[in-house]
Design a protein around this ligand. Structure first.
Ligand code: FES
Ligand SMILES: [Fe+2]
Length: 380
């Protein structure tokens, strides 16, 4: 992040501390509980938001060499992303053109070609069929040879973005993700590597996973005995980038910057910087690493969270692994505290006690998020 932006952020935090304030929106927000509880609503979100948006699916460190691949199922679409032979990343529907089996079953790995496990149709890294046993039996199939359905893809700031709706073009057209990618670029996490990936399934709506990260109001109560000791009570900065958001959660150590020259002000040393990439990705920048969470709705009240830590260099020694594992233990300990609240909210929603949830003026990042969900549904 550019130094003048870091100075401006630190300056805003110091002003809030001096005045006992925090960033606020113009008014409280409300969202109907049906937004988190209706299957019809989720179906519309899947088709009109998840299938239309540029979705960040992984970090480029998973796809270093030609033939490296990852698979992920997003909104009911099995996706295969592969480093191709032309230096780029291609993505396909991971669906065989014969009878629809998932061509690649593994979550990640390296292959020269991709052979379907059912009858052995084999595709190259550009998704083209290069072999089919007894191919003479398909003579009148057109086109022949078929190609895996290609999904438009882009690599920005070290992350792979995919759109689940095919356009015929391999490249994802520039979109709103460019706005926040520029800010992310400044952290150089494209050179990091993904460490300790994990998949977590929780009993809550996907939007609740996003909600619980977007405000500093809960720190003092939810995390009282864990990470709160590092942070302030209800102090945060919120900056929207189109539908995306950058939150800054200052640490108590930031007060020490008051007497330091501005040229030494480094926001990341004294605050967690949280990016929400609309719709479903969270990136938490910590002083020497970042945590990434991609949230995938499974049911209206069930969400899979694919999470990993981005670290500056591979953890090749016992000492390095111990260091990052300790960091992760603190992080996931805090995240479990958040998920417990989120699952509790989901049960509260199911009870019917509330017709809507309320966001305070300083929870306006949630208001922004839900406004963008509504707008995406209305514009579709
Ligand atoms: S379904 Fe893939 S080869 Fe038959
Ligand atoms: Fe939290």
């Amino acid at each position: 992040m550019r130094q003048e932006i870091q100075e401006a952020l630190v300056s805003r935090v110091l002003t809030h501390l001096a005045e006992g304030t925090t960033d606020t929106g113009p008014a409280i927000g409300k969202v109907a509980t049906t937004s988190y509880a209706s299957r019809d609503r989720l179906d519309r979100e899947l088709s009109q938001i998840f299938r239309r948006s540029a979705l960040m699916i992984c970090h480029v460190s998973r796809l270093r060499a030609p033939g490296d691949f990852v698979t992920v199922e997003v909104a009911g679409v099995p996706v295969l992303a592969v480093r191709n032979d032309h230096g780029g990343v291609s993505a396909f529907m991971n669906v065989c053109r014969h009878r629809g089996t998932q061509v690649v079953a593994e979550e990640c790995g390296h292959k020269n070609s991709f052979a379907c496990p059912y009858h052995g149709w084999t595709y190259d890294r550009d998704g083209c069929l290069i072999g089919a046993p007894h191919a003479s039996g398909f003579e009148e199939h057109t086109p022949w040879p078929p190609k895996l359905v290609q999904l438009p893809t882009a690599v920005r700031a070290g992350f792979v973005f995919v759109r689940l709706t095919p356009t015929g073009a391999p490249e994802l057209e520039p979109g709103s993700f460019e706005m926040i990618a520029r800010d992310l670029e400044g952290w150089f996490i494209r050179d990091h590597v993904a460490y300790a990936p994990r998949s977590i399934t929780k009993q809550l709506n996907w939007k609740l996973v996003i909600d619980i990260f977007l405000e500093a109001y809960h720190l003092k109560t939810t995390h009282r005995n864990t990470i709160y000791q590092l942070f302030f009570d209800n102090l945060g900065l919120v900056d929207p980038f189109g539908p995306h958001t950058r939150n800054v959660f200052p640490k108590r150590s930031i007060k020490g910057l008051e007497n330091r020259p501005r040229s030494e002000w480094r926001i990341r040393d004294h605050a967690n910087v949280l990016y929400h990439l609309f719709p479903n990705t969270l990136i938490l920048m910590e002083p020497d690493h970042a945590a990434v969470l991609h949230c995938y709705p499974l049911e209206v009240d069930r969400t899979r969270i694919d999470a990993y830590t981005l670290i500056p260099a591979p953890a090749e020694t016992e000492k390095a692994r111990a260091y990052w594992d300790k960091n992760n233990a603190i992080l996931y300990g805090a995240i479990e505290e958040d998920f417990a609240m989120g699952e509790s909210i989901q049960r509260g929603i199911r009870s019917g006690a509330n017709e809507s949830l309320t966001f305070g003026r300083f929870e306006h990042a949630l208001t922004h998020f839900h406004r963008n969900v509504e707008e995406a549904l209305e514009s579709a």
